[in-house]
Design a protein around this ligand. Structure first.
Ligand code: NAD
Ligand code: TYD
Length: 349
């Protein structure tokens, strides 16, 4: 089977791992990575595969409707895996409209392009929408997000992702567009932009900067290694049932403060610092507005129906992740200059 697959947001954190997996695993497919290269997009994430004959990069913005149709037509696209998005909750609190424009309007532009280009032959086509568990809202202790959990987004980011999920389902119902949606828990791993908790803490510990923990650090997230998310996307893309939703997660819940303490201990050892030295950097700061208490995915459906399961335990994944950041200081320096400094001083003032 030969396919022309358009992956949006492929220069970002998760997208780059998905692009790498597809380029290496499916030499018969042509992989088109469409990305606007915002602050979060970085072609260095894909240096190892950029010369592969089945890899193509297209710099384009999903907010540009005409460009989306042109890209589909010019490259005879059979399937879309849509990851391009504004992805950071804190940024969505200070600039919600950017999230409406990219996550809602950008997704509808892509849906329109697929609907128009595939109008005479929908069979065998697929619009795969990558979404988040945050659409389900905030959990109290004891229960889990199922695929049937009603949507209850609480931040501008999750509201924009929920809205995009609704549009994807509406296009299936109204125009018979073949779709599948996955909702994944928090990812961690190499290449994550240091505005997110884990790489931010690693970078600040290395440079002995304060470690800003929101509120009391008691909020809970469910963490999955990014390569395991990419593996799940591969499984759903090839074996998922059209029209279905699959939750992705590794049953791996952590309080923020416990993760920060763990990273401090690991880095004290790796950097040969005194045990407990990095924990002294922990600084409790004003809580995030509307901070969701807990996310926790019940991933039994993808595990039992499609046979996917995480390949790494968290202890191994976090160790590999920390090693990656220690070995790729130049990558971190490249993304933490200029705009990042401005964001950091404004957000953490
Ligand atoms: P990211 O911010 O690292 O990357 C987003 C990518 O999209 C960047 O390369 C950026 O340049 C590109 N992009 C942004 N706006 C664009 C536009 N208008 N046109 C074209 N490209 C644009 O994000 P991520 O963490 O890799 O997340 C990828 C997707 O997975 C998102 O849809 C996100 O909602 C979803 N998701 C993320 C997580 C997580 O923990 N990071 C968990 C579940 C789901
Ligand atoms: P984040 O990585 O931004 O992901 P999300 O908000 O999408 O879950 O944040 C993860 C958790 O860490 C969240 O509860 C907020 C918290 N957090 C901090 O305590 N300090 C920080 O500097 C950041 C960025 C996040």
């Amino acid at each position: 089977m030969k396919k022309h697959v358009l992956i949006t947001g492929g220069a970002g954190f998760i997208g780059s791992h998905v692009v790498r997996l597809f380029v290496n695993k499916y030499p018969d497919y042509q992989i088109f990575n469409l990305d606007a290269l915002t602050y979060a997009g970085n072609l260095r994430n894909l240096e190892d595969i950029e010369e592969a004959p089945n890899y193509h990069f297209i710099k384009a913005d999903i907010r540009d409707a005409a460009a989306m149709l042109r890209v589909m037509e010019e490259n005879a696209i059979d399937a879309v895996i849509h990851l391009a998005a504004e992805s950071h909750v804190d940024r969505s609190i200070s600039d919600p409209m950017a999230f409406v424009e990219t996550n809602v309007i950008g997704t509808v532009n892509l849906l329109n392009a697929a609907k128009t280009y595939w109008r005479d032959a929908m069979e065998g086509k697929l619009f795969y929408h990558v979404s988040t568990d945050e659409v389900y809202g905030s959990l109290e202790d004891g229960s889990f997000f199922l695929e049937t959990t009603p949507y209850d987004p609480q931040s501008p980011y999750s509201a924009s992702k929920a809205s995009s999920d609704h549009f994807v389902r509406a296009y299936r119902n109204t125009y018979h567009l073949p779709v599948v949606i996955t909702n994944c828990s928090n990812n961690y791993g190499p290449n994550q932009f240091p505005e997110k908790l884990i790489p931010l803490m690693i970078n600040n510990i290395i440079h002995k900067k304060p470690l800003p923990v929101y509120g009391k650090g008691e909020n809970i997230r469910d963490w999955l290694y990014v390569v395991d998310h990419a593996r799940a996307i591969d499984v759903v893309f090839h074996h998922g049932k059209e029209g279905e939703t699959y939750n992705i997660g590794g049953f791996n819940e952590w309080k923020n403060i416990d993760i920060v303490n763990l990273i401090c201990s690991i880095l004290d050892k790796k950097l040969k610092r005194a045990e407990g030295e990095s924990k002294l950097l922990i600084t409790y700061v004003t809580d995030r507005a509307g901070h969701d208490h807990r996310y926790a995915i019940d991933a039994k459906k993808i595990m039992t129906e499609l046979g996917w399961e995480p390949s790494l335990q968290f202890e191994e994944g976090i160790d590999k992740t920390i090693d990656w950041y220690l070995e790729n200081e130049e990558w971190m320096l490249g993304v933490t200059s200029g705009e990042y400094q401005k964001y950091y001083s404004e957000h953490y003032k």
